[in-house]
Design a protein around this ligand. Structure first.
Ligand code: ACO
Length: 703
């Protein structure tokens, strides 16, 4: 259903251009010209109230006057006309609207966009845009846009939220020699979004790789799902990485959840490779569109220059590719194609004496050898060699070896002849780059894709009805009290309902009650003020630790009460929390935010100075299962501390992963209630000894 609708929208058999113009320089003229020049084969119907013909094509005053059927209508009329034109299209039976026109939600007119969507729904039309450049496809010979021309033909498809970027990339495909089959400007995504197009491309024969430029997503979860189920590699460049909403955040986690971190994690969960900038998007797209993933860890580098070999090795380390020496039998064979002073280890340095024949022999042997999973071929331009001949030798070797499931990237360092040889390689399906670092980075993308596909699985999730009921009682009581911040005791009750190991904490309203509770819990204890108005308890002198006996408990109770009243005379004081004093362990923090695009999202990091100063934290869109939680622990810079450093025993990561899984179920279950939360600190003990949640904070969504 969806597939057929998008076929009609994006691969239309007939097109109307509404607002087609005979005046050069107008968008309505350019779209007509582009459709003609791109060689579009289907009928094109220009719609204009006065023009008799445009660029030699008969014009119609309205879509209703068009004799044939229309699959897609490209809208180039001003915003005030778009919705009435959409209504006419619906009546005519048009299937898709490509709305170039600006002036909708991007300038605060969401109402106009909602109206457009309502009309589209009424007539079962799909909408691309509004606020777009249009859509281009080499395989359909269709430039239904005001971008200058079809991109260099190739196997990638670009989906971009920035129309200007599409235009810029379109032209750059020729200078960069990175080919695209389609370029889709997605604009405001009032109906069709990036995820819809990713799904649609699964069955597109020409597209082998999907390139994304993303500014912000509306439905992050749908996006993750489309990434996980995509049959093609996806690479994304995300812009706008400054912290969003961080300033207003009430919890620690809220202030750390910048867009870059949450999007980065979401891409990982969706199995999507990332690009660091525009250059990198082109470079990685080239490799992902032309080469299979790197399936194993054995990468061989072949070079005629020691220097570039070392540079490539350094880059491999930087991008996380482990470099190993080639096995003896491989080395022995390779030695046949180099002088005595060459090196067959890895990088394989054939020295500056290497000509076409040696390149051909080594590449053909290496790519076919079972030990080799992927190959990087480096070449420095020398006076005795012909760069193009070397390129042809590499291609011949690869063709003869026929190892289509092993990736190869190439780097030439040299002048014009090298540039021409690289262009030839790319035209012949072999990604080639002007620096060793870039060839290694491209190979790293092919490796990342393979690794991400293995881990980007949908975690199992089951609602915990019993826990939810208990939590809702606590939350409802707080709401009835007019509060949207739970007290520590209430937050711990919610955590406990979901099985989080919280320190046992009870509320004392009087000095005597405090003593009784301290005896019940067992000395030493901790006492903390409980007041909705005092969230930062230590600042108010509202925390006493290591209370060892009854006399100290009485003194602590009175001192905390006095300090709290001095700090805020109007604060409502619920009492004093008496809690078990947990033995000290490695301090960590768990937390959650409700991300505007992705919904409930988990955070994990090391606590104390690591979170305050280094912001050493990582995120996952919830739910998070145990394997994903363990992956989070290994991702932070402080990971070795959890693994056990300087003779210390490893920390209980298993217990921590269990808690992350439970915490994440809690925030999914209570998605409509919890806005932000923290468990901070969470003390992690030696392996087998568990963890303890010492403090808890939950901020509710305002209702
Ligand atoms: N049916 C059909 N055509 C009509 C109708 C109608 N009912 N009424 C008017 N028209 C014709 C007009 O007569 C005109 O043709 P003409 O040149 O023969 O007179 C044509 O429609 C266009 O109307 P204009 O009023 O001339 O509008 P103009 O071309 O100046 O602007 C446009 C229209 C381009 C849609 C503009 O409103 C707009 O939105 N521009 C921004 C588009 C954009 O940049 N989108 C991508 C954003 S991404 C990026 O940043 C690149």
């Amino acid at each position: 259903m969806n597939h057929e609708e998008l076929n009609q929208l994006l691969k239309p058999k007939s097109i109307a251009v509404i607002g087609a113009s005979a005046t050069p320089g107008k968008i309505g003229y350019t779209v007509m010209e582009n459709l003609k020049e791109s060689g579009y084969k289907g009928p094109v119907y220009p719609i204009n109230p006065t023009a008799p013909e445009i660029l030699g094509v008969k014009c119609y005053p309205s879509v209703s006057d068009v004799p044939g059927t229309i699959d897609s209508a490209v809208m180039c009329v001003p915003v005030k006309l778009v919705n009435s034109m959409a209504e006419e299209c619906g009546k005519k039976g048009v299937k898709g609207l490509i709305v170039i026109t600006s002036g909708f939600s991007e300038v605060g007119r969401k109402d106009l966009e909602d109206e457009l969507v309502a009309i589209a729904r009424k007539y079962k039309m799909r909408v691309l845009g509004p606020n777009i450049v249009g859509t281009l496809s080499n395989s359909d010979k269709m430039n239904a846009s005001f971008a200058p021309f079809l991109p260099l033909d190739g196997k990638a498809t670009l989906i971009t939220q920035s129309g200007a970027l599409l235009i810029a990339m379109d032209a750059a495909t020729y200078t960069r020699r990175v080919g695209f089959d389609k370029m889709v400007s997605i604009g405001n995504m009032c109906d069709v979004d990036i995820a819809d197009i990713i799904d649609w491309l699964n069955d597109d024969e020409k597209t082998t790789c999907v390139s994304l430029y993303i500014e912000g997503l509306k439905d992050g979860r749908k996006f993750i799902k489309s990434g996980r189920t995509s049959k093609k590699p996806i690479i994304a460049l995300k812009s706008g990485v400054s912290a969003h909403g961080a300033a207003a955040a009430a919890s620690h986690t809220g202030s750390l959840a910048g867009a870059a971190k949450v999007y980065g994690s979401a891409f990982k969960q969706a199995g999507i490779v990332q690009a660091s900038d525009l250059d990198n998007l082109f470079d990685r797209t080239l490799a992902l569109s032309l080469m299979p993933p790197l399936k194993g860890e054995n990468l061989l580098i072949i070079t005629n220059g020691g220097g570039v070999g070392v540079l490539a090795t350094d880059a491999a380390e930087r991008y996380g590719i482990p470099m190993k020496f080639a096995p003896k039998d491989v080395q022995e064979e390779l030695k046949k194609h180099m002088p005595e002073f060459g090196s067959a280890k890895n990088p394989v340095d054939m020295t500056g004496m290497a000509g076409t024949e040696w390149y051909y022999e080594t590449v053909r042997f290496a790519i076919a050898h079972p030990w080799v999973d992927g190959l990087i071929v480096l070449y420095c331009e020398t006076a005795m060699t012909n760069p193009l001949e070397i390129a042809k030798g590499i291609k011949k070797a690869l063709d003869e070896a026929g190892m289509k499931d092993k990736p190869v990237t190439v780097s030439y360092v040299g002048g014009e002849k090298s540039a021409a040889a690289m262009a030839w390689l790319v035209e012949n399906g072999i990604p080639a780059y002007g620096a060793p670092d870039l060839a290694v980075n491209a190979m790293a993308a092919l490796r990342e894709y393979k690794l991400l596909r293995e881990t980007a699985k949908e975690p199992a999730f089951k609602t915990n009805e019993k826990a939810r009921k208990t939590a809702m009682q606590v939350i409802s009581a707080a709401r009835a009290d007019g509060r949207n911040a739970l007290t520590e005791i209430e937050a711990k009750q919610v955590f406990q309902a979901y099985g989080l190991p919280v320190t046992s904490t009870e509320l004392a309203k009087t000095e005597d009650e405090a003593v009784t509770l301290a005896k019940k819990i067992g000395f030493p204890v901790v006492m903390k003020i409980v007041s909705p108005e005092i969230l930062h308890k230590s600042d108010a002198g509202g925390v006493k630790v290591n209370i060892k006996d009854e006399a100290a408990a009485r003194e602590a109770f009175n001192t905390i009460m006095k300090n709290a009243k001095a700090y805020n005379a109007d604060a409502h004081i619920h009492g004093i929390a008496v809690q078990e004093m947990a033995p000290w362990g490695t301090e960590t923090i768990l937390g959650s935010v409700n991300d505007p695009s992705f919904g409930p999202t988990m955070m994990f990091g090391l606590g104390g100075i690591f979170v305050e100063v280094l912001k050493d934290v990582t995120f996952r869109v919830a739910p998070v299962d145990k394997p994903q939680a363990l992956d989070m622990f290994s991702e932070i810079r402080g990971a070795p501390i959890l693994a056990g450093v300087r003779g210390e025993a490893p920390r209980d990561r298993n217990a921590m992963a269990d808690t992350v899984e439970k915490y994440s179920s809690m925030i999914v279950d209570l998605e409509d209630e919890i806005s932000e939360s923290d468990a901070n600190p969470v003390l992690v003990y030696e392996e087998g000894k568990g963890i303890k949640v010492v403090d808890a904070r939950i901020i509710l969504k305002k209702k």
